[in-house]
Design a protein around this ligand. Structure first.
Ligand SMILES: *Cc1c(COP(=O)(O)O)cnc(C)c1O
Length: 463
C-alpha cells in the first residue's frame, strides 16, 4: 500500500520532469534514453536517501542533480583534450596528433569514396593503392602493405613468412610493448618458433650465425624503441645481419617500431634508424607504426621485397588485419607531407612538437604566465625549465629541453587541481611534479593556451 504521508511519494514525477524546459535542453544534448536513465537513477537515489520525516526536494534541485549526473557520464565521451603533459606521442591521449591535411580529408567522408574502385575502368580497384605507392617512394621499398597496427604487422609477417619454421631474435630485443604485447607471444601466435640468441646486453653476429640452420626462416631485428640498453652492450646492425644471407637462405626482418622516415639528426635530435636506411641495407621486410614518428593514424606498415609483400597480402589473416577507409585516407595525407621536406615540420604536428626550440617554448610560457597573472587569480605561477618526452615507444631516454608553466594553489592540492582541469571542456591533461601542476608548452596546439587560461580562471573563481 502506498502511504500518502511518505515524502518519497512527493518526488517530482518522471513525466513532469520531462516537460521541464531545462530537461528538454538536456534531451537535445544527451538524447532522451540517456536523460531518462539519469532521471530514474537520481529519483532512486533520493528514494534511498530520504527518511520518512524528510521534506521532498524541490523540482529545481532534482533537475540540478540530473544535470550533474549527466555531466559526469559525459566525461567518458571520446573527445578532444588539451595535452599539456609534454609527452608528444602519448598512448593514453591517442598518440600522434593528426596533421590538418588528414583531418580535412576525413571531413569528406560524409559521402562515399573510391576505396576499392578503379575510377579509370569502373572496375574493382586496389585498396590503399596511393598510400602504398607513397610508402614505396618514401622508403625506397619495392612494395608496401598496410594493416591495423605494428603488432598486427609483426604477427602477419611471421605468419606469412615463417610459419612452422624458426625465427632468430637477440635476447636483448625480446621486447614487451604496452598492453601486454610481448614479442615471444607474438611469434608463438604466428605459428613460428622463436630461437633466442646472445645475452641481454650483448649479441654478436656469430651468435646469429651459430643459430641459423635449415629450419631457420628468418632473423629478426627488433628496434629497442621504448627502452635502451646502455653501457657494456652490443646489438648487430641490420646491415651486418644482411651478410648472413650470403651463406644462408634466410630472410632479414626489421621491426623498426617508431618508423622514422627522415633522419632526425637533421633536426638536432639523436640518431634513430630510418626505414629507408633499413631498406637500403638490404632488409627483406621492414615494419613500423603509423602513429609514432610517421605522425599519422594508428596503422602498421610493412614495406619490402615485392614477392614477400605479395605473400603477406595473400595470407588469410590479411583480411582480418586490413585498415578501413578512415585510416587509409588519413595515412595517405600524412605521408604526402613527407614529399615536401621544406614544409614538413610546419605541417606535421608530431615533427613540429619534436623540433620546437626551447626559446620559443620559453616565450610561450612567459606569455601564458603574464596573461594568467593579469587575471588577478590566486595561483602561484612560475616559468621553469624542464624535460619533455617523445613517448609512445619512440626515442627512449631522449629528454627534450622544454619550458613549463608551474602552477600551485593556496587552497587546492596539485591532485585536486589536475582533477578539476580534467573535468574542463575541453579536458586539460597536465603533469604534476612535487607540489605543482605543470603545463608543458611543447605539446600545446594553437588555441590551447586560451583553454588553459580560461580553465584556471574558472577554477580560481570556484575554489
Ligand atoms: C610500438 C612498437 C610495436 C607496436 O606497435 P603498435 O603500432 O603500437 O601496435 C611493435 N614493435 C616495436 C619495436 C615498437 O616500437
Amino acid at each position: 500500500m502506498t502511504d500518502p504521508t511518505d515524502p518519497r511519494q512527493h518526488l517530482p514525477a518522471v513525466s513532469v520532469l520531462l516537460e521541464e524546459p531545462t530537461v528538454q535542453a538536456l534531451i537535445a544534448q544527451h538524447t532522451r534514453p540517456v536523460v531518462l536513465d539519469a532521471i530514474r537513477s537520481v529519483l532512486d537515489g533520493y528514494r534511498a536517501a530520504m527518511g520518512p520525516n524528510d521534506a521532498p526536494p524541490d523540482t529545481a534541485a532534482v533537475i540540478a542533480a540530473i544535470a550533474s549526473a549527466l555531466s559526469e557520464a559525459e566525461l567518458d565521451r571520446l573527445r578532444p583534450v588539451v595535452n599539456a603533459t609534454g609527452i608528444i606521442l602519448h598512448t593514453g591521449l591517442g598518440r600522434a596528433v593528426l596533421p590538418g591535411a588528414a583531418v580535412k580529408a576525413l571531413a569528406g567522408l560524409d559521402r562515399c569514396c573510391n576505396l576499392q574502385i578503379d575510377l579509370e575502368t569502373g572496375l574493382r580497384g586496389k585498396r590503399n593503392y596511393t598510400s602504398e605507392r607513397l610508402l614505396c617512394r618514401l622508403t625506397g621499398a619495392e612494395a608496401a602493405v598496410i594493416v591495423n597496427n605494428n603488432a598486427a604487422a609483426t604477427l602477419l609477417i611471421l605468419a606469412a613468412l615463417c610459419q612452422d619454421r624458426e625465427v632468430v631474435v637477440s635476447r636483448g630485443q625480446l621486447i614487451e610493448i604496452g598492453g601486454s604485447f610481448r614479442l615471444p607471444d607474438c611469434v608463438h601466435q604466428s605459428g613460428a618458433k622463436l630461437v633466442e640468441v646472445g645475452t641481454t646486453n650483448k649479441t654478436h653476429l656469430r651468435d646469429y650465425e651459430q643459430a641459423v640452420t635449415e629450419r631457420t626462416a628468418a632473423v629478426m631485428r627488433v628496434n629497442p624503441s621504448n627502452y635502451r640498453i646502455v653501457g657494456f652492450s652490443k646489438q648487430v646492425p641490420i646491415g651486418e645481419l644482411v651478410t648472413l644471407k650470403r651463406k644462408h637462405n634466410i630472410l632479414v626482418i626489421d621491426d623498426l617500431g617508431c618508423g622514422a622516415l627522415v633522419n632526425l639528426e637533421r633536426y638536432g635530435l639523436p640518431h634513430e634508424p630510418t626505414v629507408p636506411d633499413s631498406i637500403a641495407a638490404g632488409a627483406d621486410v621492414v615494419c613500423f607504426s603509423g602513429d609514432k614518428l610517421i605522425g599519422g593514424p594508428q596503422a602498421g606498415i610493412i614495406v619490402g621485397k615485392k614477392e614477400l609483400i605479395q605473400r603477406i597480402r595473400k595470407h588469410p589473416l590479411m583480411r582480418m588485419l586490413r585498415v578501413d577507409k578512415l585510416t587509409d585516407m588519413a595515412l595517405e595525407q600524412t605521408l604526402r607531407l613527407f614529399l615536401e621536406p621544406e614544409t614538413l615540420v610546419e605541417k606535421h604536428p608530431t615533427l613540429r612538437m619534436l623540433t620546437t626550440p626551447p626559446e620559443t617554448l620559453k616565450r610561450a610560457a612567459v606569455r601564458l604566465k603574464n596573461r594568467l597573472q593579469k587575471t588577478g587569480c590566486s595561483f602561484a605561477v612560475r616559468v621553469a625549465e624542464d624535460e619533455s618526452e617523445v613517448g609512445g615507444g619512440s626515442l627512449p631516454a631522449t629528454p627534450l629541453k622544454t619550458y613549463v608553466l608551474a602552477v600551485s594553489s593556496p587552497r587546492l592540492s596539485p591532485d585536486a587541481l589536475s582533477a578539476l582541469l580534467r573535468k574542463n571542456e575541453p579536458p586539460i591533461i597536465a603533469r604534476i611534479a612535487h607540489d605543482e601542476v605543470l603545463f608543458d608548452m611543447r605539446t600545446l596546439l594553437p588555441g590551447d593556451e586560451k583553454h588553459i587560461l580560461d580553465a584556471l580562471k574558472h577554477v580560481a573563481s570556484e575554489a
